[in-house]
Write a protein that binds this ligand. Structure first.
Ligand SMILES: O=C(O)Cc1cc(O)ccc1O
Ligand SMILES: [Fe+2]
Length: 437
């Protein structure tokens, strides 16, 4: 369940969790106790997050960190001049395993972002494109929380809290400072949202009531699992620190936690469990009704990032233009497609691709969608069956990277043309709209 206090022991070591206290003079099985704090010690109880890990050796048992090549990861938002245009990317190309072995970390490509990692305020959106497991390479992200959305291929994620298998249409959150390593089984692609400094929360439900949208019980947390083995050459711990990558060697596996308890854990969620609320009379509701998780800013109602989905549902609104309306938004909207197609775009927006409509950039349905939806018979209709689009929506104005604009070679130069056929239907002498067929 979301945010619960949990406790877990690897079944090979029953009784490994100390009872009644966190720091016995000597822990059961002679383990070391280590606290992982996800919030300031002094945060109010409702936002206080920490876990206690009982491990074979503490995390501090490593050689010094040294700087390593960043590859395509950046937190420099001034690489290219700002671009106020609608941007869309074709499916990002996954390197072929037969040509070049790329793991999750070396396959991370920063697409866009804003803010400052050192002051814990901002976000980055990355695309991961990989074909190889992170053998004995373990990463942790220092000032960030990340939410991963695999689009193609499963991720087997090892964490200090246990293992999680994350499949397309599931998401996972690995929180600040948590070490992970990811196995992949094929050419794999997905989206990653990195939020600096705030935790994801479930949105408040207001008048919806006590249930609905993403229900807390559907969030799954791993069970304790440890390994105690040496590997030739040792383990490499990769640390993303102040936006730069560093690596340190250690002999013992970082996945050496035998038992843990606390409320600061990784978790996963299957999007099929989302309980959809929608308009059942008339008009198109704002997509905030589809918010799965939110990372709040200090301004009430204004998010650093919302994770919003467009799940399969019924469309039943009468006398309504049902697809998304035309709009300009003070928030930035990055969209991705996990599978299927998106209702506002007939073609061009494909699984594994993306689009960015940053602050106040006008957008909306393409011309084809407008023509069809204006004439459609308004019978109850399944929308987006078998499909899943999503949006990372942010109050920050997102800057695109050099990789996003150029090196990815996926930018769709013709995106603007999908609106060119829109024509005026204005009838100055007749107030009555044309009747749909
Ligand atoms: O731009 C988009 O396609 C996302 C979106 C969907 C919707 O139903 C209403 C507003 C909105 O920004
Ligand atoms: Fe939009």
């Amino acid at each position: 369940g979301f945010g619960n206090e949990c406790a877990s022991e690897d079944p090979r070591c029953p009784g490994s969790l100390p009872e009644g206290q966190n720091n016995p003079q000597v822990c059961p099985y002679n383990l070391y106790a280590e606290q992982l704090s996800g919030s300031a010690f002094t945060c109010p109880r409702s936002t206080n997050k920490r876990s206690w890990l009982y491990r074979i050796l503490p995390s501090v048992s490593h050689k010094p960190f040294e700087s390593i090549d960043e590859g395509h990861v950046t937190h420099n938002w001034d690489e290219v001049d700002p671009d106020p245009n609608q941007l869309r990317w074709k499916p990002f190309e996954i390197p072929k395993a037969s040509q070049k072995k790329v793991d999750f970390v070396s396959g991370l490509h920063t697409l866009c972002g804003a803010g400052d990692i050192k002051s814990n305020n901002g976000l980055a959106i990355h695309i991961f494109l990989c074909n190889t497991s992170m053998e004995n390479r373990i990463a942790h992200h220092c000032p960030v929380f990340f939410c991963s959305v695999p689009q193609k291929g499963n991720l087997l994620i090892y964490t200090e809290f246990g293992k999680m298998l994350v499949q397309p249409n599931e998401i996972c959150v690995i929180q600040r400072g948590m070490r992970f390593s990811i196995d992949v089984f094929e050419e794999t692609r997905g989206y990653l949202l990195e939020v600096y400094g705030v935790h994801f929360e479930l949105p408040d439900l207001g008048p919806i009531g006590a249930n609905g949208l993403a229900n807390p019980r559907d969030f799954l947390i791993p069970v304790a699992w440890y390994e105690d083995r040496q590997v030739p050459g040792g383990y490499t711990v990769i640390n993303k620190y102040q936006g730069k990558l560093f690596a340190a060697k250690q002999d013992v596996s970082p996945f050496n936690v035998v038992a843990w308890h606390g409320n600061y854990t990784p978790y996963k969620y299957n999007l099929k469990n989302f309980m959809v609320i929608n308009s059942v009379a008339f008009d198109h509701a704002d997509p905030s009704i589809f918010t799965v998780l939110t990372a709040k800013s200090v301004r009430p109602g204004v998010a650093i990032a919302d994770f919003v989905i467009f799940p399969p549902r019924w469309g039943v609104a009468d006398k309504t233009f049902r697809p998304p309306y035309y709009h300009r938004n003070c928030m930035s909207e990055f969209m991705g497609l996990i599978r299927g197609h998106y209702e506002a775009k007939q073609g061009g927006f494909l699984p594994g691709g993306g689009s960015l409509h940053s602050t106040m950039t006008p957008h909306g349905p393409d011309a084809d969608c407008f023509e069809k939806a204006s004439k459609a018979k308004l019978a109850p209709e399944r929308i987006a069956d078998g499909t899943m689009a999503f949006m990372f929506e942010s109050s920050l104005s997102l800057a695109v990277t050099k990789w996003g604009l150029k090196a990815s070679r996926c930018l769709d130069e013709n995106y603007y043309k999908c609106w060119e056929p829109l024509k005026s239907h204005f009838t100055p002498n007749s107030r009555n709209p044309t009747e749909p067929n």
